[in-house]
Write a protein that binds this ligand. Structure first.
Ligand SMILES: Cc1cc2nc3c(=O)[nH]c(=O)nc-3n(C[C@H](O)[C@H](O)[C@H](O)COP(=O)(O)OP(=O)(O)OC[C@H]3O[C@@H](n4cnc5c(N)ncnc54)[C@H](O)[C@@H]3O)c2cc1C
Length: 412
């Protein structure tokens, strides 16, 4: 994919402060490739043992990919949206677990700080997060508030030079690893129009922040999914992210970034299944010939390839739209375009990946139904991509409302 985003008219993000050259792109792609090759054998063992893989983050630091789109002046690589999306696809060939770590760290962790942070907040969090000294996460979901975050019950109140936060966040990627979490809460006791969500950068240190890994999951064993409880948890006043009451907008903008990561990851699962299946079709023999010579097996292979080609095209147009929006943060039109195209890409690629992985499992026959082989690992990992960062249903409603107009919003 190549970057052809429209030139900016106004901006505050990396696109204007950094020059991401073709040489930078080639170096980053080489680093991502080296990372993936070094990670693969470790990831395989951890996956088979259903264990968290600490090498996902450690090797990312070694290969300097902990802040791919973070501006160079804050210690990142300054990558554009298309390059970052391609990197996530490549990483997801190793599994959705590793890619989900990058989503939490970068797409929904560093991104809102890059976009809404003060200069002081950027200086305090971005350089540290790019060198493995501050793992990041995004805490929106609660036990009783998923698709509708406005039903959240986490609260904050101001006391002197700090805010005190109370509440529980649930199903948070990197939730026990994170040193800092971009987190959302409502003013304590507020009702009606005063009940507006705010965003905070929350340092997780201290016994007022209790965290727990969630192990009962049928895939993505190697990454961290967690819940945590905050009890009078102190947050410095200058860690309010954006303006008070601006949290919902920050959350929605951040989810566009997160959804592009999910879509890109799904493409990686499809690509890896395709590679595995081509090899298997050429080597596995039944009825006296390679199974790739049976036309019904070719049907599966053709469908995986079509899932790959169409998902790639959807992701490229979504990444270009997001790049154009990031370069023009004040432009509502470009944001709406990015929001729509990213929702389309996320909905399409996550369903395409689910079906493509199923075709790959079928090609592998009895070996397909085994975690020892890559297709089944992708199949069980990729199912969650139709749920997190906005479910299939929420994506479909978003797409339909764009066609019908805001009067048709299901939430009204
Ligand atoms: C592995 C994993 C990692 C995650 N990581 C993060 C993270 O890092 N940070 C974070 O904040 N969250 C994270 N999440 C949470 C995730 O984003 C939510 O699970 C998701 O948004 C859905 O919310 P829910 O689970 O509460 O489902 P619900 O909102 O309860 O939905 C249940 C069902 O009802 C449907 N539904 C809900 N409302 C409507 C409607 N209006 N119309 C039609 N159908 C509707 C949904 O589509 C779904 O099918 C993660 C989840 C998982 C599983």
């Amino acid at each position: 994919m190549s970057s052809t985003a429209a030139s900016p008219t106004c901006c505050s993000t990396n696109a204007c402060t950094d020059t991401f050259t073709p040489e930078d792109r080639a170096r980053l792609q080489a680093d991502v490739e080296a990372y993936c090759q070094e990670l693969r054998p470790i990831e395989e063992i951890c996956y088979l043992e259903h264990k968290f893989n600490p090498a996902i983050a450690e090797l990312a630091n070694k290969h300097r990919i902990l802040g791919m789109p973070v501006p160079k002046k804050y210690g990142g690589r300054g990558a554009d949206s298309i390059t970052y999306a391609r990197a996530l696809s490549r990483i997801n060939r190793e599994g959705s677990g590793p890619r989900t770590f990058f989503s939490g760290q970068t797409s929904i962790g560093q991104y809102p700080v890059m976009r809404y942070g003060t200069e002081d907040q950027k200086q305090r969090y971005l350089p540290a997060s790019c060198v493995g000294k501050c793992t990041m996460a995004f805490g929106l979901t609660e036990p009783d508030a998923g698709s509708n975050p406005l039903e959240g019950t986490t609260t904050y109140r101001r006391e002197g030079d700090k805010f005190l936060i109370n509440g529980v966040k649930y199903l948070i990627s990197n939730g026990t690893l994170a040193d800092a979490i971009v987190l959302f809460a409502f003013p304590e006791g507020a009702t009606g129009a005063a009940r507006r969500m705010s965003a905070f950068i929350v340092d997780t240190a201290g016994d007022t922040f209790e965290k727990e890994q969630l192990h009962a999951k049928p895939g993505m064993f190697t990454c961290d999914t967690a819940m945590f409880q905050m009890t009078e948890h102190p947050v410095r006043a200058d860690n309010l992210l954006g303006k008070e009451g601006e949290g919902f907008r920050i959350a929605m903008h951040t989810l566009v970034s997160g959804r592009l990561s999910v879509a890109s990851g799904c493409l990686g699962s499809i690509e890896d299944c395709l590679t595995e299946c081509i090899e298997y079709c050429r080597t596995r023999k039944q009825h006296g010939k390679e199974i790739g010579k049976h036309q019904l097996v070719q049907d599966h292979l053709a469908k995986i390839e079509m899932a790959r080609a169409t998902s790639e095209a959807m992701i490229e147009r979504a990444a270009l739209a997001k790049q154009a929006s990031d370069e023009n943060p004040g432009c509502a039109e470009r944001y709406a375009d990015a929001d729509f195209k990213v929702a389309q890409a996320k909905f399409f690629a996550s369903n395409a990946a689910w079906e493509a992985c199923d075709h790959a499992v079928q090609i592998f026959g009895g070996r397909g139904w085994s975690e020892l082989y890559r297709p089944f690992r992708h199949l069980q990992d990729v199912r969650v991509c139709r749920i997190y960062e906005g479910t299939d249903e929420i994506m479909k409603m978003k797409i339909a409302v764009k066609l019908l107009g805001k009067d048709y919003e299901a939430f009204r």
